[in-house]
Ligand binder design. Structure first.
Ligand SMILES: [Zn+2]
Ligand SMILES: [Zn+2]
Length: 289
């Protein structure tokens, strides 16, 4: 398995529009492991389109419980189960993840019970192991180490950037955050920094289109980073490549790659990728190890 990062869903926020991209989810294939980071709407289709057998589902990480990061967690696991999943999936998420999962099982109780009886499937409840994590080391297994940093995403307090370290590559996900200087230390010399980003020019038009104007704009400005701020973190951290992800706006025809690049170049001169659904970043080419 070639180590790779696939941006499955690249937009920030839960709404989808005709022809537009999907909310946030990513696939990280590293050290022979299949790792899913965030489960926004579309993650299941995104994984299968990326060639992943749902039976191979292994590790899932949720950065925080906003719906654009967790809405399809239950449906992903349930669909993998109907596709023949027979090994334990471990889900690492913030406090509240276990409640989400139990609520999902409750909502789908009729179907789950009937498939166990009627189709002889293993009990879905016993196939999933939920681990609620806090800041610090999250997982160390074989050559893979994962750690978390609490970031600045009000009013959500349990929102965590994640760092994956392996000989093949080190990859950091910012999660959703306003400009947060400590992220630079956390991402120190990572091969890849996947950072959320919004674009000044697009925010006003997005707010006008969405219809809850002032409040939405207030949330965006207090809780998210502009592309130039993502670039500043990348520069301070000295990463190998910056990937702009969780784009706001992501489906404005007047906003092109040139706008994102121009905004980021003010603070970052290194390798740059602007996410789109299904985009692959090969990690073998990135690792300095
Ligand atoms: Zn989000
Ligand atoms: Zn969020």
């Amino acid at each position: 398995m070639r180590a790779r990062l696939v941006l499955l869903g690249s937009k920030g926020g839960p709404a989808i529009r005709p022809g537009g991209p999907s909310p946030t989810s990513s696939l990280l294939e590293i050290g022979g492991r299949t790792v899913v980071v965030d489960c926004g709407l579309g993650v299941t289709r995104g994984l299968t389109d990326a060639g992943v057998s749902l039976k191979a589902l292994d590790l899932i990480f949720i950065t925080h419980l906003h719906s654009d990061h967790v809405l399809e967690l239950g449906p992903l696991i349930h669909t993998a189960w109907t596709a023949g999943l027979a090994t334990t999936v471990r889900v690492f998420g913030p406090p509240g993840t276990r409640d989400y999962w139990h609520g999902f099982l409750q909502a789908m109780k009729f179907d789950i019970v009937i498939r166990v009886i009627d189709e002889g499937r293993p009990d879905l409840r016993q196939l999933v192991d939920i681990v609620e994590f806090a800041e610090g080391p999250v997982l160390a297994e074989g050559d893979l180490a994962v750690s978390a940093l609490r970031v600045d995403h009000p009013p959500v307090t349990d929102c965590f950037a994640l760092r994956f370290d392996h000989a093949e590559a080190s990859v950091v996900f910012s999660a959703d955050t306003a400009y947060f200087a400590p992220l630079a230390d956390f991402a120190d010399r990572a091969d890849i920094l996947v950072h959320e980003a919004m674009l000044t020019e697009g925010v006003d038009r997005l707010v006008a289109r969405t219809g809850n104007g002032a409040r939405l704009k207030e949330h965006l400005l207090a809780s998210h980073s502009f592309a130039g701020e993502a670039g500043a973190i990348a520069t301070a951290a000295g990463v190998g490549r910056l990937v702009l992800h969780h784009l706001i706006p992501a489906d404005d025809p007047e906003i092109t790659h040139a706008h994102w690049t121009a905004a980021t170049r003010k603070s970052w001169t290194g390798a740059l990728t602007i996410a789109s659904d299904g985009l692959v970043v090969e990690l073998a080419d990135e690792s300095s190890a």
